[in-house]
Design a binder for this molecule. Structure first.
Ligand SMILES: [Zn+2]
Length: 379
């Protein structure tokens, strides 16, 4: 049976269907990764805005492991800059069960996969999504195959293997792993949980990140929210959370590394179309996706950044290391390089005069430092 034709039997919650963000085509709830009319990104359309939900509300049965509901905690403004007098808050996504925000996405996508009668799941991953998929699949008793670039940090690979998933290390950059996961999904009939925009049910759950931030701030939006950004589902999630809550949209910041910055490059050039990056090279392994084969995902993220009046920023590996050190030594937060790009980006925006001295700034820290010891121990 063709899994993509299998429709959900019991409609979960108030999901109405899938909508193409490009041509607006509508599909009933089923396993579908792309618009069949134009190959555009699909998003879950709901009958009404999600309000007052918790992360567990996006999953069915016992798939949840307690993901989400992470703290938004104030840290010293001096982490941003000695002259910064506003509020700096960290949304600490390292607290999720496998140590990254990917748990939110995987919990929801796996829940739907089980409804589709999945015999197994497959995911391409720079490490964190694979660890999350392996973790949740283990708990659900479902086989998982994870495709990672060869250069993936050992901590992430160890996690994937510890949870008992089948790991395939794919030569080259993330794009090759993405292709390999697509092949495996087709060959085996496994549901693809890859955490780009590919699985709309996973991306849908990220709207809660925005909602949690609003709730933590008693309904008063911050001025800025900085987000480590690869293809950008987390940008979409935060954006959607503010749309749901019907409060003013903060300026969203896509934080990228200057060794792989397709969205920041297009932003700096004033373009609306994101082109793939040639050769990713950065210590921030979680955001080293060149968007090869699906640059329209970057364009969609860029459009959300622009709608918010925000910024897309590329920071150097040295900036990222300095931000990692500041988080660890001044805030007691052990982050992997990718997680610290949000703080590094806001530091840049302050020195450029874009972030004002009295602003409220939220930096999302996406992944735990345990995942990438080499980033801390090598030079
Ligand atoms: Zn379409």
């Amino acid at each position: 049976m063709n899994l993509t034709e299998m429709e959900i039997k019991d409609k979960p919650g108030d999901m109405k269907g899938l909508r193409c963000v490009a041509c607006r085509a509508f599909y009933p709830l089923k396993l579908l990764y792309r618009c069949t009319a134009c190959d555009g990104i699909l998003e879950v359309e709901r009958t009404e805005p999600v309000a007052g939900w918790r992360a567990g509300d996006f999953v069915c049965g016992d798939v949840t492991l307690g993901e989400g509901g992470t703290p938004l905690r104030p840290v010293s403004p001096s982490l941003l800059h000695p002259d910064f007098r506003g509020r700096l808050l960290i949304k600490d996504e390292t607290r999720n069960p496998s140590g990254s925000f990917k748990d939110r996405l995987v919990a929801a996508a796996l829940s739907r996969a089980i409804e589709f009668g999945a015999r197994g799941i497959v995911s391409a991953s720079s490490g964190n999504a694979g660890a999350a998929a392996a973790c949740y699949a283990a708990n659900a008793g479902i086989p998982a195959m994870i495709c990672c670039p060869e250069a993936t940090p050992h901590g992430k690979l160890a996690q994937i293997m510890a949870y008992g998933a089948t790991l395939e290390r794919v030569p080259g950059h993330y794009g090759n792993s993405f292709k390999r996961a697509m092949e495996l999904s087709d060959e085996r009939g496994y549901v693809n949980l890859t955490t780009t925009y590919l699985n709309p049910y996973g991306v849908d759950a990220l709207r809660l990140v925005g909602q949690e931030i609003i709730a933590s701030l008693d309904g008063i939006p911050p001025d800025w929210i900085a987000i480590p950004t690869s293809s950008g589902p987390l940008v979409k999630g935060v954006h959607q959370g503010f749309v749901d809550a019907a409060v003013p949209m903060p300026r969203l910041v896509a934080a990228q590394s200057d060794g792989c910055a397709p969205i920041a490059r297009a932003f700096a050039m004033g373009l609306d179309i994101v082109e793939p990056w040639d050769t990713p090279k950065t210590i921030a392994s979680g955001i080293s996706d060149p968007l090869l084969g699906y640059p329209e995902e970057g364009s969609h993220t860029l459009s959300l950044i622009r709608q918010s009046g925000g910024q897309a920023v590329a920071v150097s590996d040295d900036d990222i290391k300095n931000a990692m050190l500041a988080l660890a030594r001044k805030a007691g937060l052990f982050s992997e390089p990718t997680g610290a790009t949000s703080l590094a980006a806001c530091r840049r925006l302050f020195t450029e005069g874009k972030v004002s001295t009295s602003d409220t700034v939220v930096c999302i820290v996406t992944g735990h430092g345990f995942k990438d010891f080499a980033a801390w121990t090598n030079d």
